[in-house]
Design a protein around this ligand. Structure first.
Ligand code: F0G
Length: 358
């Protein structure tokens, strides 16, 4: 059987690489597009989930990072830098390690999920916790890269967007066309921009007939694009998208207008409810930020904005194992505690309701 070769080799004709480009890859991309009958039943649409948690470091960032690190190495860079709410830092550290260069990662102190922090440390990133939020981290990373020999690998680097556009190619490859709607989480809006570019290029190559309507969602406490103004102190359980001043704001508005798209805000309670629905009814465990795609679909469907039979793809951006704490909270906010039983088959059978007690 053949192995998927990573997004640069699979889509070399669509990316700015040559025969002599030193490709840095961990085999990213080629993620499953999973039919979600439970969500189709809830909405009347035909729903698929693009599970980006299946990438090497557990998030979609790997698609952009293979390209950003490859181009950095091609340009002779010995060090890269990024600001991150966690996933970008995990990915940058892993790809830099593979390439044998240094990754400096700036993260908001105490505000990133434990799994992501562990990844940055494990991959030997130069991890610095900043006493500020993500937006402060990005300002500093930009300034450092402008003044010192460190290469910026946030999504303001176009190589990141180029790599990330490949997810749209994969969806078109599987469905035979673009879907009618595409639902996606929004932080910096880099990925929203990348999918729109990918679908446009699929049309230019004659593989897709129309652009999907691009529906992006921000957490209610961190919704600058929806509100039309910078949010100074963004707050949400979806730490990956706790961003108050999105880097790709202008590009995202252009993409929304071009696709007859939409930006909406979702409460933390609805994000966690959607995370549970996706895990318990579809079998896909994602981090809270990713579940906002599901919450967005349910909200738009309730609002009557998604016609019956519409073909809908939800991008779920990061794996649930990165930030598992939320799954262990019940709907009432109380910790779930698994039942404890003595090591006796009969007692277990009783608890499972296989026999009546006695
Ligand atoms: N979902 C997850 C899991 C993310 O980690 C991010 C962004 C997004 C969605 C939003 O993507 O910024 O392109 O709109 N995480 C960045 C990081 C900010 O540092 O890992 P976006």
């Amino acid at each position: 059987a053949k192995q998927w070769r990573g997004v640069i080799r699979e889509y070399a004709d669509r990316l700015d690489v040559t025969e002599s480009t030193p490709i840095v890859s961990l085999g990213e991309g080629g993620t499953p597009l999973i039919p979600a009958p439970a969500l189709s039943a809830r909405t009347g649409a035909q729903v698929w989930v693009k599970f980006e948690g299946m990438n090497p470091t557990g998030s979609f960032k790997d698609r952009g990072m293979t390209m950003a690190i490859t181009k950095a190495v091609e340009a002779g860079a010995k060090a890269v830098i990024c600001a991150s709410t966690g996933n970008t830092s995990a990915s940058a550290a892993a790809y830099a390690a593979h390439a044998g260069i240094t990754a400096a990662v700036l993260v908001p102190e105490g505000k990133i999920a434990m799994g992501k922090l562990s990844q940055a440390v494990a991959h030997n990133g130069e991890l610095i916790q900043i006493q500020g939020n993500f937006d402060d981290c990005l300002d500093i990373a930009r300034e450092l890269s402008a003044n010192y020999p460190v290469h910026l690998v946030n999504s303001v680097n176009n190589d990141r967007i180029e790599g990330q556009k490949t997810a749209a190619f994969e969806i078109v490859d599987v469905l035979g066309d673009a879907p009618d709607f595409h639902f996606i989480p929004v932080g910096n809006a880099g990925n929203y921009t990348a999918y729109t570019r990918g679908y446009r290029e699929a049309i230019a190559h004659g593989e897709a007939s129309t652009l999907p309507r691009m529906f992006g969602f921000q957490a209610a406490g961190a919704a600058p694009i929806v509100r039309g103004e910078v949010v100074k102190n963004p707050e949400t359980v979806a730490s990956a998208i706790r961003i108050g001043n999105p880097a790709s704001w202008e590009l995202a508005l252009e993409a929304r207008d071009a696709t007859d798209g939409y930006f909406g805000a979702i409460s933390d309670a609805d994000i966690l409810r959607a995370q549970k629905i996706l895990a318990a009814e579809v079998g896909v465990f994602v981090e809270p930020a990713s579940a906002i795609s599901v919450a967005g679909l349910l909200e738009r469907s309730d609002a009557g904005a998604v016609p019956a039979g519409a073909r809908v793809v939800l991008t779920v951006t990061g794996h649930g194992l990165k930030d598992p704490q939320w799954a262990l909270k019940g709907a009432d906010g109380v910790d779930v505690s698994p039942t404890v039983v003595p090591a006796e088959t009969r007692r277990v059978a009783e608890v499972l309701g296989l026999v009546s007690g006695g």
